[in-house]
Design a protein around this ligand. Structure first.
Ligand code: ATP
Ligand code: MG
Length: 248
């Protein structure tokens, strides 16, 4: 469904992506792992067209993502940004229902609010938060609101950038289950970035490790533990010693 070939991106002298090749099949869950600053978030933004690659090709259903109707393209995606990116002047329910209040998906206000409350419940937040503002919530609660917003319009393809960072272990488990459910029950295609190895195991069908601007290793999650790749081994076991340099 999504295919990247030879994707390059440099910021000034900083060569971030230097030839990324990756394929994500429809209805599957791909998890991207890799050290901080290796370009995982940049990669997601390249697919969405928020960052323009210098070289390479990205296709969705065989069509180049830079061609065609941009609104129709984006309408197929939901995105949880790493930093949450909530609209701080909108109430929680208005953030979650943002897309349900405009464009082709526009619903009556009361219905959009009901849907927002239902999505908030899915991420473990009660209806009392609906009328609050983002600044009134904790960091982990804001993250969950962002997640509710990403899934609110039930998009075909969902990108999650660090969905469980900053959450307690129980809430991380709830969110992992939710992501898995969205893929298996709703048939969505998901791409998740995470540092949390228990999330990787709970969410992934396939895993890709980004290192040195390229996909260092990719394969089914069931084969991840058995790979002899020293970079993957160091990462999944969190070892200080190994080929991955700690000064980045
Ligand atoms: N808009 C930008 N302008 C300049 N440099 C950028 C920009 N976005 C990202 N970078 C650089 O690209 C590199 C990769 O950043 P990115 O956010 O993709 O890392 P990451 O793998 O997501 O890391 P983390 O795990 O810490 O979130 C970093 O060196 C960062 O400074
Ligand atoms: Mg990132």
């Amino acid at each position: 469904m999504i295919e990247l070939s030879g994707v390059h991106k440099t910021f000034g002298a900083n060569q971030v992506l230097c030839g990324v090749d990756l394929t994500i099949a429809k209805g599957t869950s791909m998890v991207i792992i890799g050290g901080s600053g290796t370009g995982k978030s940049v990669l997601l933004k390249c697919i969405l067209g928020l960052v323009t690659p210098d070289q390479g090709r990205i296709t969705l259903d065989g069509q180049d993502v830079t061609t065609g109707d941009r609104d129709a393209f984006l309408a197929r995606f939901g995105m949880l940004f790493q930093g949450g990116a909530l609209f701080d002047s909108l109430r929680i329910w208005e953030n979650v229902a943002f897309r349900l209040m405009r464009g082709a998906l526009k619903r009556p206000k009361a219905e959009a609010r009901e849907l927002a409350i239902e999505k908030l419940r899915r991420v473990g937040l009660g209806p009392h938060v609906a009328d609050q503002f983002p600044a009134e919530l904790s960091g982990g609660m804001q993250k969950r609101v962002s997640l509710a917003r990403a899934i609110a319009a039930e998009p075909e393809i969902i990108f999650f950038d660090e969905p469980t960072t900053g959450l307690d272990p129980i809430m991380s488990g709830v969110i992992n289950d939710l992501i898995r459910e969205i893929v298996t029950e709703m048939g969505a295609t998901a791409m998740t970035i995470t540092h949390d190895m228990s999330s990787v195991r709970a969410i992934a069908d396939n895993v890709a490790m980004l290192h040195g601007g390229k996909v260092r290793w990719t394969g089914p999650v069931t084969e991840m533990d058995a790979t002899t790749d020293p970079y993957v081994q160091q990462f999944i076991h969190g070892r200080a010693e190994g080929p991955i340099e700690s000064l980045r």
